[in-house]
Design a protein around this ligand. Structure first.
Ligand code: PYC
Length: 325
């Protein structure tokens, strides 16, 4: 517990394709940082209790992504730091859509184009209407192709390491059934792949930890989507949405393999059946994805923090210590 914990935090919850986003409107820590990337460092060093209090049980859940708004600048409508039960994210596609719909609902932005600063870089939001938003994401790329990874109890799997605002290992030959009725098996499988990645010391650029595992398979209906995915997030929750940063990483791999032309449309279905529509531009060998999806508000709440509450800053299980691993 921290004495800095405020009595109340105002939040708005939404979901984007089934994946929740909790936008913190007020009551968050006062930060000195002037950029979203520095805000992550300051939160990590001095205010991590805040992340856990907002996201962990009993006020949050493993599935939820938090979004702490930072002040606007002359170029941006706001900055944002995304966080989950395991830590902080570089970017979050579904979360950016949730933030846009929340800002619109609060009268803080109008429909149209706006810049949003994230720790991974500035993304462009196009707010089409009260639900639909496109996010022009940060530059995405495939970093390593067709890596052979020995995974205990599974065998050798092959996959690509790609960046889409977060780091992903996309398994190419998993032979798993991507279906909502199979999430326990998929979670165990993906957690083993991630553990093997850690043990192999494979990393992204600048030694970044590859903390998201993505499995793609056929869509539930080829008329509606091109692929269905399962994405295991760092804290062992699976993404209910098609994962904006994961779809961006997938797009980078498709374009590198000449399986999708520039400006081609990719309809990415999630494990829950929700869909993001993705396209990409190319520039200097990098892929600039645009992800379109819809978000819906689910709650406006005041989180309360009683100094007598033993769980005032959340109940924190160590990710990886449960039976998903
Ligand atoms: O949409 O980028 C995304 C995302 C990352 C983790 C959960 N959702």
């Amino acid at each position: 517990m921290s004495s800095a914990m405020p009595g109340e935090i105002q939040v708005i919850d939404s979901h984007t394709g089934g994946e929740p986003t909790r936008v913190v409107l007020s009551g968050g820590p006062q930060l000195r940082a002037r950029t979203a990337a520095d805000a992550v460092l300051e939160l990590q060093r001095h205010h991590d209790y805040f992340r856990r209090a907002v996201i962990d049980e009993p006020r949050g859940s493993d599935v939820m992504i938090g979004a702490l708004l930072l002040p606007a600048s002359t170029q941006t409508v706001a900055g944002v730091v995304f966080f989950n039960n395991a830590g902080y994210l570089g970017m979050c596609g579904h979360g950016a859509i949730g933030v846009a719909v929340t800002l619109l609902h609060e009268g803080l932005v109008s429909p149209g184009r706006h810049q949003l600063e994230t720790p991974a870089g500035t993304v462009q939001l196009t707010i089409h209407n009260e639900h639909e938003v496109s996010v022009d994401n940060v530059a995405s790329y495939r970093y390593m192709q067709d890596i052979a990874l020995p995974v205990p109890d599974i065998g050798v799997v092959h996959g690509d390491i790609a960046y889409g605002g977060n780091w992903f290992f996309l398994v190419n030959d998993h032979s798993q059934t991507i279906d909502l009725n199979n999430v326990a098996t998929l979670s165990r499988y993906a957690a083993r792949v991630r553990a093997a990645l850690d043990a192999s010391e494979l990393r992204g650029a600048d030694d970044a930890v590859i903390d998201h595992i993505e499995l793609c398979g056929p869509p539930s209906d080829q008329r509606k989507a091109d692929s269905r995915n399962f994405v295991l997030c760092p804290g062992n929750a699976y993404d209910r949405s098609p994962c904006g940063t994961g779809t961006s990483a997938k797009l980078a791999c498709l374009i590198a393999d000449n399986k999708l032309p520039e400006d081609g449309v990719w309809r990415q279905e999630s494990i829950t059946g929700s869909i993001f529509i993705a396209t990409a531009r190319l520039h200097d060998g990098l892929v600039y994805p645009s992800i379109r999806g819809s978000a819906y508000l689910t709650a406006r709440s005041t989180l309360l923090f009683d100094s007598a509450d033993p769980f005032i800053s959340g109940m924190h299980a160590q990710p990886g210590n449960d039976d998903a691993s």
